[in-house]
Design a protein around this ligand. Structure first.
Ligand code: PLP
Length: 479
């Protein structure tokens, strides 16, 4: 494709994106395909001859759009807000257009230095002190793995470093809560802690936040038994209920054992942009690492996850590789992001953030986050006031965990498997309606429904419509 052909097709594509976004509210929210349907709609072999751009565009409408859950829809309340602000979409296109290769500072100085600038901007906006340094990772899962590797190496330290885990006499132990995201146990496993050396510390039964007294007991027991407490992953905004693990107390306990504290604020981290929410993030500045995803609630398109660390020299000592073919052509001190994580090559992801922040501005992003917090409080108030309905966990941010607990045919409140069946029936009915999309998950062994408010397009009227839809679906599902 020549630049001129690209120009013509590119204009058509931009028009297509703008038209698509305008009609998203009229589409069903859930993906409309059965397993295998998308594959079956496509040829089994790659084309030998070029196809017209119009045919490719037509297939976006015919095959791709029905095969996508419309996370930009005002009725999207599933999993977590997965906003893809159009300003950041432009940055993503620009990133592809520049076609930079980020393997060293030398290969694309601008790629490195724009990333330094935007991660510094966000560090300051989040209220982290200047010694923190950030890099963009693909996801919070990778960020957690990188943090755990750094923690592992700090705990196994010195001469044993090159011998790896095999050379340690005392097993290293990681701690998190049963409410932590599944990426945390996965990272612990990948970082070599092993399932036997990951402790799931009890949570408070009402707030679902980690109990620091239980953490203290677990760490003391391990230390007394000759194991080394190495890392605690605190969830600040758990996936299930947005519970906030008490970071100040966790840091205090961890410090007694020299353990690393990683804060996983993948979804909730966007709220650090709001000064009035700073109390929820107290103590984070004293942790060792922090991950949060602008690609969730804040709205920079995937994949834009931030990993901040306090001691970047340590991270670099763990991750650094200098093969001869990456010889530096300058002696100046430059950041080599290849030494801040796992991959060598990186995309120019910083452009997505740069465009997003510059074109939308922080104040508009803050206003949207505040709107979502207000909408969540409004919905929680409605649910609490409605007989037969419950809000199951504190509404810390924009997620409201709810259940309809009607009276059963025997005149007793529905519970057990019958209650689970009822919950899944009404949530499926809402999702099948195409007008909204909700997520179900288990809390204390029973199904509940998470209303995760925060799609860029969701206004109060949409939340009001959702509440009416939900009540209707629950009433029709019967007891
Ligand atoms: N941590 C928390 C608290 C999450 O809610 C999620 C995703 O829902 C993740 C980690 C994983 O995020 P990612 O998809 O960026 O790996």
């Amino acid at each position: 494709m020549t630049p001129e052909e690209f120009r013509a097709a590119g204009h058509e594509l931009i028009d297509w994106i703008a038209d698509h976004r305008a009609r998203v509210p009229d589409l069903p929210v859930a993906a409309q395909v059965r397993p295998g349907e998308v594959r079956a709609a496509l040829p089994i072999r790659a084309p030998e001859a070029p196809e017209p751009f119009a045919d490719v565009l037509a297939d976006l409408d015919r095959v791709v759009v029905p095969g996508v859950t419309q996370t930009q829809h005002p009725g999207f309340y599933g999993w977590f807000p997965s906003n893809a602000s159009l300003a950041s979409v432009l940055g993503d296109i620009a990133s592809g257009g520049v076609g930079a290769l980020g393997i060293t500072w030398q290969s694309a100085p601008a790629l490195t230095e724009v990333e330094q600038v935007v991660t510094d901007w966000l560090r300051e906006l989040c209220g982290l002190s200047p010694q923190w340094r950030g890099a963009i990772q693909d996801t919070a899962s990778t960020a957690c793995l990188v943090a755990m590797l750094a923690a592992r190496e700090r705990a196994s330290d010195g001469s044993e470093h090159r011998g790896g885990l095999q050379s340690l006499d005392a097993p290293l132990v990681a701690y998190t809560s049963p409410q932590a995201h599944s990426s945390v146990p996965k990272a612990a496993l990948l970082a070599g802690f092993g399932a036997d050396n990951l402790r799931l510390v009890d949570v408070d039964p009402v707030t679902y936040a980690m109990d620091p007294a239980a953490l203290r007991r677990a760490m003391a027991e391990d230390a007394a038994a000759g194991r080394t407490p190495a890392v605690v992953v605190a969830a600040v905004g758990t996936t299930g209920t947005t519970a906030m693990d008490p970071v100040p107390a966790i840091v205090e306990v961890a410090r007694e054992h020299g353990a690393w504290v990683h804060v996983d604020a993948a979804m909730a981290g966007s709220a650090m942009l709001l000064p009035e929410m700073a109390h929820l993030f107290a103590g984070v500045d004293d942790a060792d690492s922090l991950a949060w995803n602008p690609h969730k609630w804040m709205g920079t398109i995937l994949d834009t996850s931030l990993l901040y660390v306090r001691d970047v020299d340590h991270l670099v000592s763990v991750m650094s590789t200098t093969p001869s073919y990456l010889r530096a052509s300058t002696d100046a001190e430059v950041v080599q992001y290849k030494d801040w994580g796992i991959p060598l090559g990186r995309r120019f992801r910083a452009l997505k953030l740069w465009f997003h922040l510059r074109l939308d501005g922080v104040e508009a992003i803050r206003a949207r986050l505040r709107r979502d917090l207000e909408n969540a409080r409004w919905l929680a108030g409605q649910v609490e006031a409605e007989p037969g309905w419950r809000v199951l966990a504190p509404v810390e941010l924009q997620t409201v965990c709810i259940r309809h607990e009607p009276v059963g045919p025997d005149g007793e409140p529905l519970d057990g498997d019958a209650l689970d069946a009822h919950t899944l029936a009404w949530v499926d009915a809402v999702n099948d309606s195409g007008r909204a999309f909700l997520g179900a998950s288990r809390l204390d062994g029973r199904w509940m429904v998470r209303v995760s408010i925060g799609a860029e397009a969701t206004e109060r009227a949409d939340v009001e419509a959702l509440w009416s839809l939900v009540r209707g679906a629950a009433a029709s599902a019967g007891a």
